[in-house]
Design a binder for this molecule. Structure first.
Ligand SMILES: O=C(O)CCC(=O)C(=O)O
Ligand SMILES: [Fe+2]
Length: 322
């Protein structure tokens, strides 16, 4: 029986390994990463900084009228969700991740962990997930490997709970030790190529009750999914991508010119250049689909914000931040 398919059931699963005791032991950290495909740290992010980020979410939810003003538990008050921005677009527009990662205590934690400055990839999801109405579906939202949809940029995913997230609220589950490939996505099922049910063995799934201050950092090929929210409140989290600054980081910037042969960008950090496009370029449009190279000028325009990775003067990845 494939337990993850049973409607409404969250299968029993083991707890995430906690890596707090190896935070300053590089060899042990690397071994844990290699073995498990993630690190989970408990109570390491400054709780005031996390609280400030949570307040921005709470303000937004109360402005939409879906929680009562100043309800710190973010309980859904039953108002219509028809106008609700499910991807929290207003927060995305304001780039509220920036003041968060530049909080000194947050910057310090990631610098210590990476033994380098963090380089943030602005692919950010602000999740304020309301309780599900339909309990006839499985509780796993959508099992996926981020790497499958983000070829070419070796980031790690940081998943940050902003409030307590227990098994009712749902949260994140991940498959331990399954990041070494091959991809589990089914290449014969375009356009989404879903991971077949049962491809992740039931014993690999891990979760925990998450609290503010905790953080999960995952390999980009670790299979994972959100879990449907069966509680009375919104599930609040932010996920963002990070690399070590001395790594092979992409340029984050704006397009200055684009044709089907080449694209020029001006990076935020001062790096810029013109890079060749060819059939090996993995280009992703706003809808997440791969864009054929001759259609790149239709999807990308001067002034657009992009993430661009290159090798030897050729673009390997070109995509909008989202
Ligand atoms: O929080 C969720 O629902 C899923 C998180 C996720 O897919 C990610 O952080 O990449
Ligand atoms: Fe993901």
């Amino acid at each position: 029986m494939l337990t993850e398919l049973e409607a409404g059931v969250l299968p029993a699963m083991a707890e995430l390994h906690v890596s707090n005791d190896i935070l300053d032991d590089r060899a042990a950290l690397e071994a844990a990463w290699e073995r498990d495909g993630y690190w989970f740290f408990r109570d390491v992010l400054d709780k005031s900084a996390v609280g400030r980020l949570r307040s921005v979410f709470l303000n937004e939810l109360s402005q939409f009228g879906v929680i009562d003003p100043d309800d710190p538990l973010a309980r859904y008050n039953g108002r219509s969700l028809e106008e609700f921005p499910f991807r929290m677009e207003p927060l995305a527009e304001r780039k509220i991740w920036k003041p968060f990662v530049t909080e000194p205590a947050i910057h310090q934690f990631f610098s210590r962990l990476l033994a380098d400055d963090p380089f943030w990839i602005p692919t950010v999801e602000y999740r304020a997930t309301p309780p599900v109405q339909d309990r006839s579906r499985a509780r796993f939202d959508y099992v996926h490997q981020d790497g499958f949809y983000n070829a070419g940029i070796p980031f790690a995913i940081c998943w940050i709970p902003l409030a307590e997230i227990d098994s009712d609220v749902g949260g994140l589950v991940l498959a331990e030790g399954l990041h070494k490939g091959p991809y589990l996505h089914d290449l014969s099922q375009p356009p989404l190529f879903p991971i077949p049910d049962g491809a992740v063995p039931a014993h690999a799934w891990r979760r925990t009750t998450y609290r503010p201050g905790d953080v999960v950092i995952m390999h980009l090929n670790t299979p994972h999914t959100g879990v449907a929210n069966y509680s009375d409140r919104f599930r609040l989290s932010m996920d963002i991508r990070v690399m070590a600054a001395s790594g092979d980081t992409p340029i984050i910037g704006r397009i200055t010119t684009v044709s089907q042969d080449a694209v020029a960008v001006q990076g935020e950090d001062g790096r810029s250049g013109t890079f060749a496009l060819d059939d090996s370029t993995y280009s992703r449009g706003l809808d997440g689909r791969k864009v054929p190279v001759d259609e790149i000028p239709l999807h990308f325009h001067t002034g657009d914000e992009v993430i661009l990775a290159s090798r030897g003067g050729r673009v390997t990845v070109l995509r909008p931040p989202h």
